[in-house]
Design a protein around this ligand. Structure first.
Ligand SMILES: Cc1ncc(C[n+]2csc(CCOP(=O)(O)OP(=O)(O)O)c2C)c(N)n1
Ligand SMILES: [Mg+2]
Length: 588
């Protein structure tokens, strides 16, 4: 069955019509020679096109748009360098299971394989980082391919799909049609969990006295937060989330024990380690979560609910696998469950929470602690969507902001892509224009896509970037401090740029906070300005993220502040190095 007129159009126009049929209203992109026919059609269409300044940003913006809205994000580039510039963004979306469709121009079919100008085999290059990808060789296949691409990107375990579009295909004529349905043999994701397994899971839960619910990004992407909270409250179990699961349960919910893993709370890690039952939902037991696998949760039986069968027993042996969509499975499971005998367990966790709270040292009265900045953002912008770059600031944003709802914390988890935050924030703001969107950035990461200041100014997208400016590639410096004898090899970046002037150079608002009392007013001024803004917050340069489980250790072998007392700029060698560097800069 197909729908549509029998109108004759070229491939480029057909593509616009396909996108309209898919309900796409916004795309992020950058033009070039092999995609001009498509851009020529965008010119007359109702699609909103956001012109970025680097294709990587187009992919991240599509990703941020998708995470904020739950819809599929779309990005577009030309062939060759345009397409390869998308790669990091596609890989980022792939690792975090985010639905995007990437459209790339390609040299004409008769030149493919010829090393033609700006030819790159983007289908081959993106094979391992897309859920599926296509090279369109016949314009008559285009509508079916677009239909399939959107279906594949957004169903089952979501992910990126790429469509490579040779220029002659964009120019070729087609009698337009759009299929109603997708028929893909071999691709039939399972949504409904097996009823027997669901009953077995309910029995396991009934027998557990020390259960823990471990929620990942799958809970957010399947919109299963309400069902998750119902499960937790009904059985009386604590909930820990992964980095991508943040927002699945409100931070301040009494059963919430925070994030687990490398920079998780001590009490989340203790809870999962001592538990007798792990109910994993839409999470994949990655190495940042489990630490040393052999010592992970030694007494726990495991129920694993996941839409992707390939994740089950990949890292941790699972007793009760349930393949299905988190929302649907939890809905069914919730019909069978009852309260566990977990009173003593919950009491013990309460004690751990009291004993090991998430906290930080104010290293000296005048210095701005990075964690304090997050607390201020949390109070000033309660309902904001928080997006982050990658590094220490990302972990502090995960630890110290009080999230209330799903889809309000957007971050690159699996790939850990510096430069993700600012463009992803653009996508989030475009998708959710009524929300305050704050990009919590590091001074290193922000420089990886700061050219997008031009995009936010040109398109009037009032995203606020708050830079926790510590003068370092801080997370790497932290590892060097703790594990490499404080040999700070190439992580010192202080003075690389004046972020206020940088913002102003692009026509955005630039503000700076240098003392604790200036932080809140600067954030409020930026948010209330209604303009794209950058707030450069000069924070303590050597604050560390704690608690920390060193890579490869068991997740209850935790470093924390007491053992590694922070003192401002305590290392004499380093102080010397810094002074030299500052002198260098002054002399120039
Ligand atoms: C594209 C990319 N390159 C390198 C890294 C490795 N890396 C992880 S965190 C980090 C430092 C980030 O520095 P900054 O943005 O200033 O954040 P901070 O840790 O100081 O808060 C680096 C270099 C990465 N994650 N991504
Ligand atoms: Mg930094």
């Amino acid at each position: 069955m197909t729908t549509g007129s029998t109108e004759k159009v070229n491939g480029a126009r057909a593509l616009i019509k396909c996108l309209e049929k898919e309900g796409v209203d916004t795309i992020f992109g950058y033009p070039g020679g092999q995609i001009i026919p498509f851009y020529n059609e965008i010119y007359d269409s109702n699609l909103r096109h956001i012109l970025v300044r680097h294709e990587q940003a187009a992919a991240h913006a599509a990703d941020g748009y998708a995470r904020a809205t739950g819809k599929t994000g779309v990005c577009v580039s030309t062939s060759g360098p345009g397409a390869t510039n998308l790669v990091t963004g596609i890989a980022t979306a792939y690792m975090d299971s985010v639905p995007i469709v990437a459209l790339t121009g390609q040299v004409p079919t008769f030149l493919i394989g010829n090393d033609a100008f700006q030819e790159a085999d983007i289908k081959g290059i993106t094979q391992p980082i897309t859920k599926h990808n296509y090279l369109v060789q016949d314009v008559n296949e285009l509508p079916r391919i677009v239909k399939e691409a959107f279906h594949i990107a957004s169903t089952g375990r979501p992910g990126p799909v790429l469509i490579d579009l040779p220029k002659d295909v964009q120019n070729a004529e087609i009698e337009f049609y759009y299929p109603d349905k997708v028929e893909l043999r071999g691709y039939k994701p399972t949504y409904k969990g097996n009823p027997q397994q669901i009953k077995r899971a309910a029995e396991e839960i009934a027998n557990s006295c020390m259960p823990i619910i471990y929620a990942g990004g799958g809970v957010i992407s399947s919109n299963a937060s309400a069902e998750l909270v119902e499960l937790a409250e009904t059985i009386n179990a604590p909930v820990t989330t992964t980095l991508l699961g943040i927002g699945a349960i409100p931070t301040e919910h009494p059963l919430h024990v925070g994030m687990l893993g490398m920079h998780g709370t001590k009490y989340a890690n203790y809870t999962i380690q001592e538990s007798d039952l792990i109910i994993a939902v839409g999470a994949r037991f990655d190495d940042r979560v489990t630490g040393k696998l052999e010592s992970f949760a030694p007494n726990a039986r495991v129920i694993h609910i996941d839409v992707d069968p390939a994740e089950i027993s990949k890292n941790v042996k699972v007793q009760i696998p349930i393949v299905g969509d988190a929302k649907q499975v939890l809905k069914s499971l919730n019909k069978y469950i009852k309260r566990c005998n977990s009173e003593a367990w919950i009491e013990k966790i309460k004690q751990w929470k009291k004993e090991y709270p998430l906290t930080y040292n104010q290293m000296s009265p005048d210095v701005i602690m990075p964690q304090f900045v997050i607390e201020q953002i949390s109070e000033a912008c309660k309902d904001a969507i928080i997006v982050t770059e990658v590094g220490q600031h990302q972990m502090w944003a995960a630890q110290f902001f009080k999230y209330k709802k799903p889809r309000t914390f957007i971050t690159s988890g699996g790939l850990g892509t510096m430069g993700y935050g600012f463009p992803a924030a653009i996508g989030a703001k475009v998708g959710k224009p009524d929300k305050t969107v704050i990009n919590i950035a590091g001074d290193g990461s922000f420089q990886m896509n700061s050219q997008e200041l031009a995009t936010v100014v040109q398109n009037d997208i009032p995203v606020v970037s708050v830079i926790l400016n510590n003068g370092y590639l801080g997370m790497v410096r932290q590892w060097q401090e703790l594990f490499y004898d404080k040999r700070y090899s190439h992580t010192f970046i202080k003075g690389s740029v004046d972020f206020v002037k940088l913002a102003e150079a692009y026509g955005a608002l630039g503000l700076r906070a240098e003392r604790p009392s200036e932080v809140r007013p600067a954030i409020e001024e930026a948010v209330n300005s209604g303009r794209p803004a950058v707030v450069d917050v000069i924070v303590e340069c050597e604050a560390n993220v704690y608690p920390m489980v060193p890579a490869g250790a068991a997740i209850n072998e935790i470093l924390d502040m007491e053992e590694h007392a922070d003192t401002p700029c305590a290392m004499p060698n380093l102080r010397k190095a810094k002074t030299d560097r500052v002198l260098d800069l002054e002399e120039q």
